[in-house]
Every structure is written in structure tokens, then in C-alpha cells.
Write a protein that binds this ligand. Structure first.
Ligand code: NDP
Length: 481
């Protein structure tokens, strides 16, 4: 029997959209070189006009960050910096509903996810790093580690507020000031965060937000006044940034793409594993760098797992992201939808077999149904390239050694999942999988105290935990780890 759900839309009234937004430089909103529009990917409605920062605007932002660094932030005792971070964390919590609704409107992700995952985790990152601000001398990097200076941060559109928190919280806790560029298609929660900085009385210039496209990001990472660059996004742009930063003396951390294997052994509880597979690839429409986009299932349980998976995919509700019952929201942009379509077409052309969950796609906006491919060979593009959409490639294995070999057969190395009842097998697999994070009997779990980052083409450096602090401290002279 199938239930029909009554619509349960979250109200938009909690959000006050301005017609246009300036750049946040030196503690106030200012104009820039030109403007662009940000739209809702679910409806294609224009939400607001946003300022495009040109090189001269980036210059102003870096100058404001430098001044705040030298005069205020780097000389402020850690316990005082910590108070600001606690204040920001509490304000994020107080304005959680507003942030969640705005995130969903600008990004297209289901409100259930922005409300229950993105915003609470963003607050948790500020709380966690607030706690570190006066304890850096005990973090294992020497008695009084120094900040690096002004940090340029460029973030993607898949978790706009959460990626901001991952970048801004540790940078500020360690005594750095920041200039952050959000993605072109999702600037609005970063601009609301700028208001939160004002509300928290954060000294002007400690956080600066410059909106724009790739050219703004390029001006920022190339700016000579930046001491460190932190980037999350595609491997291709990450490589360009690595080239731009080479021999500049800038410190660099890159969190790039992934093609994670989710490995299901024959003793795993099937229903639990299926929930993990669904969460691994359909959470956030698969716009997740660590998404479990390659399912490796032990051959003996392939048919059972696939039958249960198809059944479960058939119950996923795709549609209005503001509806609290929605599981799968909109694809973030037309460009991303085209990219998903192109890779899916390549899968079909190369001989893999496609199955999409039966669901009606809305007439307006950008949508793609939850999809899986079987008969996938390791050489297929859908098995090698990051699709960054709700598309799963299914392959099989017979022995643990074969599972490891197939899981590691990728240029990426960000995450992996293992499903089995045997603890010894989990440990055996975890020590052989070349991935920064290995989840056991779960997937896509995040915690600010747990370091996250990649191997190989997934980038370098860690975010979160004590390890993440290292990326924002000048420990070139030593440290005891
Ligand atoms: P990008 O890597 O291009 O974008 C990430 C951020 O970098 C955005 O803020 C972007 O600005 C900015 N940027 C773009 N070019 C430059 C540059 N030369 N120098 C500095 N900053 C730059 O990702 P896209 O949004 O274009 O997505 C393309 C593909 O990348 C996706 O299909 C997906 O496969 C992958 N991706 C992976 C992510 C991950 O976390 N692993 C995250 C996002 C994308 P703007 O948005 O304005 O162009």
C-alpha cells in the first residue's frame, strides 16, 4: 500500500530577502564592479541580485583583512577570540530556521537536510573551534603556535553554509583573518552569515565575503596579500589553484573530488546497508564530494541487495525542497544537470544498464531522478569520474582482496564505506582502503572533532579535529607531532 503525503511546506516568511546584496568588506556591505542574479534551482525564480567582486574589490577585502589581522585579531588573546566564536555559534543556532530555509531556497537541497544536517553542523563547528581558541598551546604544535595571517577561502555550492563554517571557524580560532568567496550559485547564506558577524560585533575586517564567479576566486587565490589558500571544489580547479600558488610561499589545502566505494559484504544486514547506500548517494542529490557513488556488493548477495535497493529508491520523494517530506531536491544548476545528463548518457553508450526510480519530475527547475547503473565495468566513465549527482554505479566482488583492489582503483581517495558484521573485517578493510575517511556500517557522518580530507586527487590537508588546526597555524619551525 502506498501512502499519499499531504504537502508540508516550510514557510518562507522567516527569510527576508533583500533585492540586492553588496560585498561584505571591513565590517560593512559595499558595492562592487557589477551584479549578477542568484536563482532558486527548484523554480528558476530570481531570488536576489548579488555583487560581483572584481580584482579591485578583492584588493579592498584583502587590505581590510590584513589591517584587522595586524591590529586586532592576531594580538587578541585566544580566550577573547573564543568568545566571539561562541557568540557566532549561538547566533547560528538562534537563526537556524532562517538559515535553513534560505539555504534550501538558494541551493535546492531538501529542508530536512539543511535543517537537520547543514545548519546544526555549522553551529557545531563554531562551538568546537571556539573551545580550541585558548587551548592551541596544548594541541601538540608547540607551546604558542602562531597564526598564518590572511587566509583566502574558496568554497563550492553543495554545502554553502557548512563549508563556510569548516573554513572560517578554524581560521578564526587560530588567529587568522579571512576573505571568503562563496560559489556563484549559492551566495545567500554566506551573506546572511556576514550579518551574523555584524550582530556578534566581530571586529571589522576579521571576516570578509566577496561574491562572484570563478574569476573572483582566481583574483583571490592569486592575490599577493594572502598567506594561505583553502579551497574546496573540483579537482580540475584545485589543480589550477595549486599551480597558481606554487612558489608563491602561500600555504595551501585542497579538498577536492571523490568517487567513494561503498562496500557491502554478504553478512551485512541488508535493510541497514540499503539505508546506508541510499544515504551515501542520494543525500544532497549526490552533490557530495565523499558520496558513495560506487557500490561494491559481494556477488552472492547482489540480487537481494539490488532488489531491496530498487524498492527503497521507489519510495524516495522527489520535489519541492521546502516540503518537509521531500527526500531528493533540485539539482543545483542547469550546468550541473547537463553534466549529470552527459555522464549518464556515456554510461548507457558504454554498455551499462540504467534504472531510474519512477518519479514525476516538476516542470520547472532542474531535476534528475535517483538512478542506478548495473553491468558497470571499471573502465566506464561512470565508474571513474565524479558525477556529483544522484547516480550510483553498481559493481560486484567475490573476496575481500578483490573488494580492496576495486575500491582503490580510482584516482581519488576521499572516503569509503564498509558494511559487515565482522569487526575484524572492518579493521582489515580500513587499513587497506586508500581513503581519508572510512565509515563502518554507516555513511556520510560528520563531526567537527573528526578530521576530514583526501589522498591522491582528492587533495591534501585535513579539516576538523586537532589535525585541521595545523592547516591554520605557522608550525614550520616545529611542533611536537
Ligand atoms: P568548481 O571547482 O569550479 O567551483 C568551486 C569554487 O571555486 C566556486 O566558488 C568557484 O566559483 C570557484 N572557482 C572556479 N574557478 C576558479 C579558479 N580558477 N580559481 C579560483 N576559484 C575558482 O566547481 P563547479 O561548481 O564548477 O563544479 C564543477 C564540478 O566540480 C562538479 O560537477 C563536480 O563534479 C565538482 N565539484 C566537486 C566538489 C567537491 O566538493 N568535491 C564541489 C563542487 C564541485 P564559481 O562557483 O563562481 O564558478
Amino acid at each position: 500500500m502506498r501512502f499519499d503525503y499531504a504537502p508540508a511546506p516550510e514557510s518562507r516568511s522567516v527569510v527576508t530577502l533583500r533585492d540586492s546584496y553588496g560585498l561584505f568588506i571591513g565590517g560593512s556591505f559595499t558595492g562592487g564592479s557589477s551584479v549578477f542574479k542568484t536563482i532558486s534551482p527548484a523554480t528558476e525564480e530570481v531570488l536576489a541580485e548579488v555583487t560581483h567582486a572584481g580584482p579591485e574589490d578583492v584588493d579592498r577585502a584583502v587590505a581590510a583583512a590584513r589591517q584587522a589581522y595586524e591590529r586586532i585579531w592576531s594580538v587578541m588573546p585566544g580566550r577573547e577570540r573564543g568568545k566571539y566564536l561562541f557568540r557566532i555559534a549561538r547566533l547560528v543556532q538562534e537563526r537556524a530556521r532562517e538559515l535553513a530555509v534560505l539555504e534550501t531556497m538558494d541551493n535546492g537541497k531538501p529542508i530536512r537536510e539543511s535543517r537537520d544536517v547543514d545548519v546544526p553542523l555549522a553551529a557545531a563547528h563554531f562551538f568546537y573551534h571556539a573551545g580550541w581558541a585558548d587551548k592551541l598551546g596544548y594541541a601538540g604544535f608547540g607551546p604558542s603556535p602562531r597564526p598564518l595571517g590572511v587566509v583566502g577561502q574558496v568554497i563550492p555550492w553543495n554545502f554553502p553554509l557548512l563549508m563556510l563554517a569548516w573554513k572560517v571557524a578554524p581560521a578564526l580560532a587560530c588567529g587568522n583573518t579571512v576573505v571568503l568567496k562563496p560559489a556563484e550559485t549559492t551566495p545567500l547564506t554566506a551573506l546572511l552569515f556576514a550579518e551574523i558577524c555584524q550582530q556578534a560585533d566581530l571586529p571589522p575586517g576579521v571576516v570578509n565575503i566577496v561574491t562572484g564567479d570563478g574569476s573572483t576566486g582566481q583574483s583571490l587565490v592569486a592575490h599577493p596579500g594572502i598567506d594561505k589558500v583553502a579551497f574546496t571544489g573540483s579537482t580540475e580547479v584545485g589543480k589550477q589553484i595549486a599551480r597558481a600558488c606554487a612558489v608563491s610561499g602561500k600555504r595551501l589545502t585542497l579538498e577536492l573530488g571523490g568517487k567513494a566505494a561503498n562496500v557491502v559484504f554478504d553478512d551485512a544486514p541488508v535493510d541497514q546497508a540499503v539505508e546506508g547506500i541510499v544515504n551515501g548517494i542520494f543525500f544532497n542529490q549526490g552533490h557530495v564530494c565523499c558520496a558513495g557513488s560506487r557500490l561494491l556488493v559481494q556477488e552472492s548477495v547482489r540480487d537481494e541487495v539490488l532488489a531491496a535497493l530498487r524498492r527503497r529508491m521507489g519510495t524516495l520523494r522527489l520535489g519541492d525542497p521546502l516540503d518537509k517530506n521531500t527526500d531528493v531536491g533540485a539539482i543545483n544548476s542547469r550546468a550541473q544537470l547537463d553534466k549529470i545528463g552527459e555522464l549518464v548518457a556515456s554510461g548507457e553508450a558504454e554498455g551499462a544498464s540504467r534504472w531510474s526510480a519512477p518519479c514525476q519530475l516538476p516542470d520547472r527547475g532542474f531535476w534528475f531522478p535517483p538512478t542506478l547503473f548495473t553491468e558497470v565495468s571499471q573502465a566506464h566513465r561512470i565508474a571513474r569520474e565524479e558525477i556529483f549527482g544522484p547516480v550510483l554505479s553498481v559493481m560486484t566482488f567475490r573476496t575481500p582482496a578483490e573488494a580492496v583492489q576495486k575500491a582503490n582503483n580510482t584516482p581519488y581517495g576521499l572516503s569509503a564505506g564498509v558494511w559487515t558484521e565482522k569487526g575484524s573485517l572492518i579493521l582489515w578493510m580500513a587499513s587497506r582502503l586508500r581513503a581519508g575517511v572510512v565509515w563502518a556500517n554507516t555513511f556520510n557522518r560528520f563531526d567537527p572533532s573528526s578530521p576530514f580530507g583526501g589522498y591522491k586527487e582528492s587533495g591534501f590537508g585535513r579539516e576538523g579535529g586537532r589535525h585541521g588546526l595545523e592547516a591554520y597555524l605557522d608550525i614550520a619551525g616545529g611542533g611536537d607531532v
